[in-house]
Structures are given as structure tokens and as C-alpha cells.
Unconditional design. Structure first.
Length: 237
């Protein structure tokens, strides 16, 4: 479904992503791990089209996307839920969801918004309230709901559990599994390494912009080097 080959991203003198190869098959959950500054967000922004890569290629569904705009990538079913949610706090919950349909012209957005409200009853109760009243977890649900209204084939999640309570983190990962069971492929960049590896099928580890490890999630979870670097020496950290 997603094929990334030799992807390079540079910001002036900073080489943020260095010749990254990455694959994601239809129906998979794949996680990208790494310390702050490893290039994870730069990778997602390049896949979304918000950053122009300095080299390499991105293919999605067999089509080369490297020179397509972010809007064109959304039309093809690639959705990014960015770090920090980036919802419109001055708009209502419902208006935020409508923003997810801005590229649709099939007249079916109302049904998909209704499905979002069914999945997230808290959002339904607050549909006419400003998004600023939502908790951090509810804002994350809104950001994911907005992506769902766009009819994604692939959702890319950038640090979705950041700043959430333990209860919301558990709910979030359960939601990720549910979305995958519904047929949506997931590319997950996540600080909670243990839960990411419990949820994903495969994973990549970035270090200073390069892929230094790539394996099944089970193998990565038992890898001593990864355990020491990202799990504090034990898999439950």
C-alpha cells in the first residue's frame, strides 16, 4: 500500500531524514519509534506532502505521490492526525468535523459524521460547543474523527497519546485497533514504545534520521538494544 524508498528531508543545513525505506501493507499497523529529534515528524510531514523531500520516492496504492500536494494525497485516502491535534478551538465540534469533509463532493459526509458521533458519544453531546471546552483526550478523538470523515485508507498518527491520561491512552490504543479492524491501515509514530509495539504488527526505529532497526513488533519488543534505549531496560516502561 505504502512504499517509501530513499526518502531524504533537509531543512537548510539540517538533514532530518536520511535515505529512509519503509513499507506498509494494506490492513497493517506499523509503528515508527525513536527519540526526540530522530526525524519521525519530518518523515510524516514528507509523506503528507507538507514538506518537499530532497530525494527519494513515495508510492501509495501503486501511484507515485512525490510531487502531489497534500490535498491530492488526502483525496487518495492518506490522512495525517498531527502531533498536538491541531483542531480549531474557536469552532464547534461539529464545524471541526465538517472540515474533514472539505474535499468531498459525494454528499455522504453527514452519514460519516453521524458514525463519528456514534463512536464518540462525548463528541455528540458537545457537538454545538466550542472545541476549546474539550479535554485533551476528547480533542484527540475529535482530531481522529475529523480524519475519519475524510474516508481514509491510511491514517498517520503523530504522537497521539502525548499529554493524555492513562485511561485515555488505553482507550486510544483500543480505538486504533478498532479502526484497523474496520479496514483502515495505520502508520503510528508514538512515544509510548511499549504500547505501540503491543499494537503494531511491525516497526521501524529511527535514529538521527536513519532507520537503524526494522522488524516485527514482537522481535523489536524483545531486542535488548531497543529495550535499553527506549523502554528503560524493561518492556513495561
Amino acid at each position: 500500500m505504502l512504499e517509501v524508498r530513499g526518502l531524504d528531508v533537509r531543512y537548510s543545513r539540517t538533514h532530518a531524514v536520511k535515505s529512509v525505506d519503509l513499507d506498509l501493507e494494506e490492513g497493517e499497523i506499523v509503528t515508527v519509534l525513536g527519540a526526540n529529534g530522530a526525524g519521525k515528524t519530518s518523515l510524516l510531514r514528507a509523506l503528507q506532502g507538507a514538506v518537499k523531500p530532497s530525494g527519494g520516492s513515495v508510492r501509495f496504492g501503486g501511484e507515485t505521490l512525490t510531487h502531489l500536494s497534500p490535498a491530492e494525497r488526502v483525496r487518495r485516502g492518506m490522512m495525517l492526525v498531527p502531533e498536538g491535534r491541531q483542531i480549531f478551538v474557536s469552532m464547534t465540534v461539529h464545524e471541526n468535523l465538517l472540515m474533514g469533509a472539505y474535499l468531498r463532493n459525494d454528499g455522504g459526509a453527514g452519514k460519516d459524521i453521524a458514525k463519528v458521533y456514534e463512536r464518540f458519544p462525548n463528541l455528540a453531546e458537545r457537538r454545538d460547543m466550542k472545541a476549546s471546552v474539550l479535554s485533551g483526550g476528547e480533542q484527540q478523538m475529535l482530531a481522529i474523527g475529523r480524519a475519519l470523515v475524510g474516508q481514509p485508507k491510511l491514517i498517520m498518527l503523530d504522537e497521539p497519546s502525548l499529554g493524555l491520561s492513562p485511561l485515555f491512552v488505553n482507550n486510544l490504543f483500543e480505538l486504533i485497533r478498532e479502526l484497523n479492524q474496520d479496514g483502515i491501515s495505520i502508520l503510528l509514530v508514538e512515544q509510548n514504545t511499549a504500547m505501540a509495539l503491543e499494537t503494531a504488527r511491525r516497526g521501524y526505529v529511527l535514529e538521527l534520521g536513519r532507520v537503524v532497526l526494522a522488524d516485527t513488533a514482537e522481535a523489536l519488543a524483545s531486542n535488548p538494544a531497543l529495550t535499553e534505549a527506549y523502554l528503560g531496560g524493561h518492556a513495561a516502561a
